[in-house]
Design a protein around this ligand. Sequence first.
Ligand SMILES: [Zn+2]
Length: 171
Amino acid sequence: MKCSEFEHHLPDWIGDQLPFAQAQRMLEHHQNCGACQQASAYERDLRLRWQELPAPPVNPALWTRLAQRIDSAPPSRSRARFSMVPNWAMGSALAMVVLTCVVLSAHLSEHRLGAPPSYVSMTAPIDEHHIVQMVGEVQQLSDAESDTFVAETQVDRQEMRRLLNDKEVIR
Ligand SMILES: [Zn+2]
């Protein structure tokens, strides 16, 4: 097994969602690869922190606000690229954000204002719980604050890309 394959399946492996034979191959690679042991430790740590987050309060008006913002948002011209983020990191934190977007966009064509989307089972219960938590956290920001947060994240990403480029030059 290559490291790339290990990283690709790492979240499912840690979540105990792989078939037995594949899980055994993951275990063998893990025992013989320091880099993947490190990636695995990071992923487990991230999961633990994620699970320790308190559950957000329920806000029935959240879907109405999200639906209104989705309707009024201009179409984006470019997609953000995450080329400096390792695959295994994508597989954990970012994947949950992506899943949230998938759940929301799947209902774009049929959503009605004021009516929350129907329940769709896409991942293990633990991940669905986390998605609900993440959406719940969004509601605690005002729309203006949330726009500022996204803008600042873009700045951080550009700064990270600049630092990575500097590092390339030093090598
Ligand atoms: Zn490896």
